[in-house]
Design a protein around this ligand. Structure first.
Ligand code: PGA
Length: 261
């Protein structure tokens, strides 16, 4: 795992967007794993701006999102399909037929999980998975105690996730308490993982996921088992990391990071 700390949120976001754009430019028929949430809105705004400036082309890109609320149709403003269209897909030159999320309205939940994993496999697997992390340590909606080898399935959400996400719902109680999510195992199958963590409220969980023991209590810690991970943080989110000097040294001296310094 490599850890890169940027001085502020904006430069952490820009580095994340640039890594994604560079990866797509190196392999146009790219399969990109996407995340939702407040943190990613700025990443998608940056990718949309880069697309407009001709710096990245999404015409051959396929996408798979991590998760979707169960019971919300695509046209619901709180569905992640709506979020993705609004923040990214409607602003870039992607073919929407190549964009995928779990179907929150699927009646057969087990079949939907299997269908989604098979669709990812059919697309050749995910080249780069973008991840955030929840205040309870989740990646996707893999709440504490999710098996580290889990596949896409329905998952009941925790009170911590309700607290974090119900602010987007009116009334807050209308937030679904179940979601389809890629499993931890599904996420770890991606060829590369880029995790973005910003803000003071994530400092404690960031330290647990990056430097703590691997545990299903913090599913974000599972990225420690993946051979190709970069975690990008702003100063606020990095506040509780103990190996900071080493991370800064690697970013300042490893040749592959020269274009990004
Ligand atoms: P946030 O969500 O970006 O809204 O903090 C991240 C997550 O829960 O994974």
């Amino acid at each position: 795992m490599e850890v890169i700390v940027r001085p502020d949120t904006d430069s952490a976001v820009k580095l994340t967007a640039r890594l994604i754009a560079d990866a797509i430019n190196a392999k146009p028929e790219f399969t990109l794993g996407l995340a939702t949430g407040g943190t990613m809105e700025a990443v998608y705004a940056e990718l949309a701006a880069m697309n407009k400036q001709g710096k990245v082309d999404f015409s051959l890109t396929k996408t798979f999102n991590l998760d979707e609320y169960i019971g919300l149709p695509p046209e619901d403003k709180n569905s992640y399909r709506y979020y993705m269209n609004y923040h990214l897909f409607d602003k870039i030159n992607i073919d929407k037929r190549n964009t995928h999320l779990p179907n929150g309205m699927a009646e057969d939940e087990a079949a939907e999980g299997e269908r989604y994993d098979a669709a990812i496999e059919g697309a050749g697997g995910i080249d780069l998975q973008l991840l955030g992390i929840g205040c309870d340590g989740h990646i996707g909606f893999n709440e504490p105690l999710s098996s580290l080898s889990s596949r896409t399935r329905a998952k009941p959400l925790t009170p911590a996730t309700f607290k974090q996400n119900s602010i987007y719902f009116n009334p807050p109680e209308s937030m679904p308490m179940r979601a389809f999510t890629m499993g931890v195992g599904t996420i770890l199958d991606a060829r590369r993982i880029v995790m973005l963590i910003t803000g003071e409220r994530k400092a404690a969980i960031a330290a647990k996921a990056i430097e703590g023991p691997i545990s299903s209590m913090v599913t974000g810690s599972a990225i420690q088992m993946h051979p190709n991970v970069v975690v990008i943080l702003d100063e606020a989110a990095a506040a509780e990391l103990t190996m900071r000097e080493y991370y800064d040294h690697v970013f300042a001296t490893e040749p592959k990071w020269a274009p990004y310094r």
